[in-house]
Design a protein around this ligand. Sequence first.
Ligand code: ZN
Length: 70
Amino acid sequence: MSKAHRGKGIRDLPHYGRGTCARCETKNIKALYEVEIDGKKVNVCKKCNAALNNAKKATVATETAKESAE
Ligand SMILES: [Zn+2]
């Protein structure tokens, strides 16, 4: 596993991968995670990526629960 989001992996990126997060709009944060929001590909920070993944998981879990209940 390479460290794609820290260390050498981000050395070549402009500003070491720092920018504005598209979700929480924090400035000068490492927005290295490409996600799709409303059909648009945007870069978000680590926290937002985790939050989005958790939301996705929760949705899947709810759907699975619904299916098994039927
Ligand atoms: Zn963010």
